[in-house]
Structure formats: C-alpha cells, structure tokens
Design a protein around this ligand. Structure first.
Ligand SMILES: [Cu+2]
Length: 512
C-alpha cells in the first residue's frame, strides 16, 4: 500500500490527527563571508507553471514547545504549513516576504539548484532586507528528504527552517505510514536568550575582539547561568561549561567535544519530551521515517525502542539497506529509515550526543502505558552506526573516474580562543573548471566533529562505498575523501553545519 498524501500530512509537523499531543511520562543578517560585496548577482528566472507555489512570511512569532512559549523567528506559510512537499522534476516557487528586523535568505539544503536560487547572501544573492521580498524558483532536481533554512548570520538557530520532502515519481514507496522527524536544539526566546547573544559571547572569546580573560570569565558565567536557568537543569553541564566550555559529558564515539552549547531544550517536531508527539499506526504496518537534524550545534543519537531500523537513504540518495539499532545524525544530515511496527507503545529517542538532554516522541500501535522520556532501552544503549558506514545503492553511484583536480581541505580551530576555520590548499577559495572531477580531501585537525556541507552538489565518497552525501560528519583526526563533478556552474560555499562555526569562519568556496 502506498503512502497517501493525507497520511503524509498527518505525519507532518504540527498537524493534529495521526500526530497527537500526548502527556508523556541582530546584529547581522548578512552572510558572515562578505556582506559588503558589491557584485551583481543573477536573479532567479521565475519558471512558468509551478507545481508548488509557497508564500512564506519570515517574521517574529511565538511557538508553543509544549507548555513553554518561545519567542522566535519563523516562517508563516499562507497555506498554514511551512513544510514543502513536492515531486522531483516539479517547478517549485517560493515567495518570501521578510518581516524580520534584519536581512534574511533561504537555502534549499541538499538540493543542487541553480546558483541564483541557492540563498547565500553575499555569495549568490543580495541579502533580503527587512520589508523586501524575494522569489526563489527552480526545477526540483532530485527526490529525497531535505529541509530549507535561513543562511543569514546565526538565524539557523532560530525557528527559520522547515522540512522539504521531494517524492520520486518512479518510486511511490512501499510503506503504509510516513513520518517526518524534525530534530532541533533550542535556546531562542528561552529566558530572554537569543542565538545572536550566544554568537556575541563566542565572538568575545575569539581573542580578536580585544576581550580580556576577565571578559571570557564573565561570558562563561553567563553561559553557566543559562544552563542553570533551563527547565531541566544539569549541574554537570553547568560546571562543565564553567570549567571548559564543554556542552556536556561527551560521547567517546564522537572522539572529542560534543558541541559548544548545552541547550535548555531539544525538540522533536517542535516539542519538548514532556509534551511529546505521538505517531500512531497499526501493528505490522511498515513506516518510513524521515529524520532531519535541523539543530545548530547538536549531533543526535537516534533509536526506536523495541525495533531495529533499516536505513534506506541518506541526504536524498539511496543506500544498500542496512539494519541498525541506532545511528548518529549530524547537523544538516538526513536519514530515511524503514521499520515494521511491533505491538505496543515505543520510545523514539534522539539523545543529544555527548550532552545532557534528548528529544523524544512516542510510536503507538496499541493501547498501553507510555514509556517515560527518560527511560533507556537496548537500542539506545547499543553503539550507534555512523551514516558514513553506509554504502551507496547502485542507482546512486557516480561513474568511477580519475580526479582532474585534487584539493586539500583543512578544518581548524578550537573553543578557546573561540576560532574555527577551514582552508583549501591554504586559501578560502578554489577555482576549478566546468566538467572537472574534483576530489577534496577533508582533514579534521580539531577536537570536535564537524558536519561538512556543500552547496549545489552531492559528494560521492570513494572510500565509503561510493556513498552520496551533501553533509558529512567528520570526526576529530579523521580524513575523508569526497568527490564531485563540476556540473552546476556557480559560486558554491561549503562549510561546517554547526551554525556557530559557520558564522565565525568555518566556510570556504568553490567557484567555476
Ligand atoms: Cu564545525
């Protein structure tokens, strides 16, 4: 039985019905790169007869995280649902009206769209200033699980993001229900905090703004206070923040620091664990779960109690199906998973890896008592798979070939002083030629994992079974080879998808 549109919508974000509520036990809107650049940017050609025409307003709004009101910035859609559902090959048009107090942009994360619609202010377009509008228009190039988000400043860590699901017209999918699982780390509007304030704090620790050690101490105390004022206080996280800016106890499998920030909340489809979503289905039904990590600084470890999961795709491209108990999902990564549902009520848990906290929902096929959000279970305690352990399905493979260009990419930086960067052969810009096969060797010299994301392309990982990824989680000390074919001319950024790392310089550019 194929999934129907109605089932999909019911499984979508913030929609009542199949997903019900249950009591569970600026300062700169421009790109950090070059906001003052004066080059003339191509304007997206508005294509005729869009199959989906979305009208969004970016605005200040309040959202209910489950009894906690958060004042944030988000997208209001004229049709009531900012999730975009479209079929590969369709024309998608999105009109964005910027009612925010600062400039903004939209990036179609993972989709190889023409440069004019890629949404990076200062690189592919002028910032969309407050009160201005902009129209993105493109033919959707590929099926899969994607999302869209602001690419301006640290707006990624606000509510300016939503799922983008692209159906494959030749593969309707052999499953009964479909759920989109949107994971996020959340601080915006909690106790008056904002991502811009966090970014300013990190900037004050960069050693380049004239901040003294005294200033750093002050910042650290602010951070500890932030943690302590959270509704799920963790003395461990607070003292760790005081001691060394660690975001939590760490996860040995990630090989270093878990992230930069202990967030007050981790969300699954905009809900805290205490007011979680429930996904309902019938025993024996086959479910497709589309996981998206929209967080700015949190790698999630995902598991479903009572089930192993079969990963069938990542970043929009099919893989040789692999059964896992749990897996890591870095910021910007997506994974499509199939599960045949057992009889009962099951915890769907996304641990904030290496931090104190989790996102949570319930999967219910029967009446019965719901497990506590805090409960652990076999699959959650099992070692988690990395998506880079997957192998590309034959249909997803790039034809093999010798690279025409080899680029050495080095990831650098540390927490103290707070400074993150990257270079390509010692520079921040590389120029190649159209049609070339480009091999990037990305070396992580830091003590933290970085999810590296490229625009306009999907890499092929020759040493990882030809796996296709647009976002690759690279562990401390790890080196990853990633190839692309230069077949989408333009100026393309690639960067760490930790919002704070990107905003403070972990970004480079590939032009052709
Ligand atoms: Cu990073």
């Amino acid at each position: 039985m194929n999934v129907t549109r109605r089932q999909f919508l019911l499984g979508g974000l913030g929609i009542a019905g199949g997903v019900t509520l249950a009591a569970c036990g600026g300062q700169t809107g421009g790109s950090s790169s070059s906001p003052s650049v004066t080059k003339a940017f191509p304007t997206p050609s508005v294509l005729p007869d869009p199959a989906v025409h979305k009208k969004l307003v970016a605005k200040q709004r309040s959202i209910d995280l489950g009894g906690i009101e958060a004042s944030t910035w988000g997208y209001e859609s004229q049709d009531g649902n900012p999730t975009i559902e479209v079929t590969a090959g369709d024309i998608l048009q999105v009109d964005i009206d910027n009612q925010l107090p600062e400039s903004t942009s939209i990036h179609w994360h993972g989709l190889a769209v023409p440069m004019a619609s890629d949404g990076v202010p200062g690189i592919t377009q002028d910032p969309i200033e407050p009160g201005e509008a902009f129209t993105y228009s493109f033919q959707v190039p590929h099926s899969g699980t994607y999302f869209y988000h602001s690419h301006s400043g640290i707006q990624l860590d606000r509510g300016l993001h939503a799922p983008l699901i692209v159906r494959d017209p030749s593969d309707p999918g052999d499953y009964d229900v479909e759920w989109t699982i949107f994971l996020d780390d959340w601080l915006d509007g909690i106790d008056g905090h904002t991502p811009d304030e966090q970014l300013a704090m990190f900037d004050s620790m960069s050693g380049t703004s004239g901040a003294s050690m005294e200033g750093m101490d002050h910042s650290m105390h602010n951070m500890a206070a932030t943690t302590e004022s959270a509704s799920t206080p963790s003395a461990g996280a607070a003292s760790a923040a005081m001691a060394g800016m660690h975001a939590g106890p760490g996860d040995p499998a990630l090989g270093g620091d878990a992230g930069d920030l202990a967030y007050p909340h981790y969300l699954l489809n905009e809900r805290i664990p205490a007011a979680c979503r429930t996904f309902e289905a019938k025993v024996g039904q086959k479910a497709r779960l589309r996981f998206i990590n929209a967080g700015a600084d949190t790698i999630f470890k995902v598991a479903l109690g009572g089930h192993s999961m079969t990963v069938i795709a990542t970043d929009g491209y099919p893989v040789v199906p692999k059964q896992v108990d749990s897996f890591y999902l870095g910021m910007g990564e997506r994974a499509d998973v199939e599960v045949t549902l057992a009889d009962g009520v099951f915890p769907l848990t996304a641990l904030a890896a290496g931090k104190d906290g989790r996102a949570f929902a319930l999967v219910r096929t029967a009446s019965g008592e719901a497990p506590s959000p805090e409960a652990s279970f076999v699959q959650l305690e099992a070692p988690a798979a990395f998506l880079t352990d997957l192998v590309a399905a034959d249909s997803a493979r790039l034809a093999s070939g010798e690279p025409d260009v080899r680029l050495d990419v080095e990831l650098t930086g540390q927490m103290m002083p707070y400074k993150w960067g990257m270079s390509i052969d010692g520079d921040t810009l590389a120029t190649v030629n159209s049609g070339q096969r480009v091999l990037m060797t990305m070396r992580n010299t830091t003590a933290m994992a970085h999810p590296m994301h490229i625009h306009g392309h999907t890499w092929s990982l020759p040493d990882n079974g030809g796996l296709r990824k647009d976002t690759i989680l690279i562990l401390p000390g790890q080196s990853v080879n990633a190839e692309l074919i230069a077949n989408n001319p333009g100026d393309w950024v690639f960067h760490c998808h930790n919002g704070y790392h990107m905003a403070t310089g972990m970004m480079a550019q590939l032009n052709y």
